[in-house]
Design a protein around this ligand. Structure first.
Ligand code: ADP
Ligand code: MG
Length: 256
């Protein structure tokens, strides 16, 4: 059995929720994450931007241990990421993840999608899980869709169900990996509005996105990645008006 009772350090007491320290990861010869140091405070909204292939998705996936790391450490609320087993399942439940492709269970109803994890991982009673699911579906504006199957919903509705499903686990932090990139333009805002509301409610969030309006309005901090490194971090107003690095200047000139 692994020993998981860890002395929480001063940083955690001061509000640090997610900490990556000296994280390195390779895919074969590709050094996809290079000495990543990142500390995220409780309630903070961090937007991660950068060119395609810079390692943004891999960064997200390491935070909930969908990918292993080669060196360095990652802690969530002071606890190091476990390797496997029940501890890992619990940790994953603490870290909600919303993907570009909504990843709902196609053969389960919307309601079942939002109750499944609660029942299986959190051991919530079915009735209580359903009540919570309905409340969350209402909160993201799809309460009337509860008995439908994912394919009967629009992309924007499906993504809001995916957010509700993640929230149902009462995560400590939510990771969003390009949550609006697969959506038709008219559906982007309905998803971003839910995310903005979540941010206002105090959720700790890591958001990979190309939606610079969202970054400006909702982020506390922008992290710019290129070639597996964090090249620059700044408050959004500073980053967008006065990026320091040539890489960031070049990237912004192409997308703004
Ligand atoms: P981003 O999300 O910024 O576009 P990714 O983290 O998806 O970047 O990918 C970073 C690099 O790692 C890319 O070159 C990509 O091809 C590579 N990569 C991602 N996942 C894998 C994998 N499972 N195996 C091998 N290479 C991968
Ligand atoms: Mg990606």
């Amino acid at each position: 059995m692994s020993e998981v009772s860890v002395t929480k350090d001063a940083a955690t007491a001061a509000g640090e929720l997610v900490a990556l320290s000296g994280v390195n990861k390779h895919f074969g010869a590709l050094h996809v994450l290079q000495d990543i140091n990142l500390s995220i405070s409780r309630g903070e909204v961090v937007v991660v931007i950068g060119p395609s292939g810079s390692g943004k998705s891999t960064l997200c996936r390491t935070i909930n241990r969908l990918e292993t790391i080669d060196s360095g450490s990652i802690t969530i609320d002071g606890n190091p990421l476990p390797d496997e087993g029940k501890e890992l399942a619990r940790l994953r439940a603490d870290v909600g993840m919303v993907f570009q492709s909504f990843n709902l269970f196609a053969h389960k109803t919307v309601l079942e999608n939002v109750t499944l994890g609660q029942i299986k991982v959190r051991r919530t009673e079915k009735k209580a899980a359903e009540e919570k699911a309905r409340a969350l579906l209402d909160r993201v504006g799809v309460g009337t869709q509860a008995d439908k199957y994912p394919a009967q919903l629009s992309g924007g509705q499906q993504q809001r169900v995916a957010i509700a499903r993640a929230l149902a686990m009462e995560p400590k932090v939510m990771l969003f990996d390009e949550p609006t990139s697969a959506l038709d333009p008219e559906m982007i805002n309905e998803v971003l509005d839910v995310m903005r509301q979540l941010a206002q409610d105090g959720m700790t969030m890591v958001v990979v996105t190309h939606e610079m309006g969202f970054a400006r309005s909702a982020a506390n901090r922008v992290v710019f990645m290129a070639d597996g490194r964090i090249v620059e971090e700044a408050a959004p107003e500073q980053f967008f008006s006065n990026p320091r690095s040539d890489r960031a200047k070049d990237f912004l000139s192409k997308i703004l």
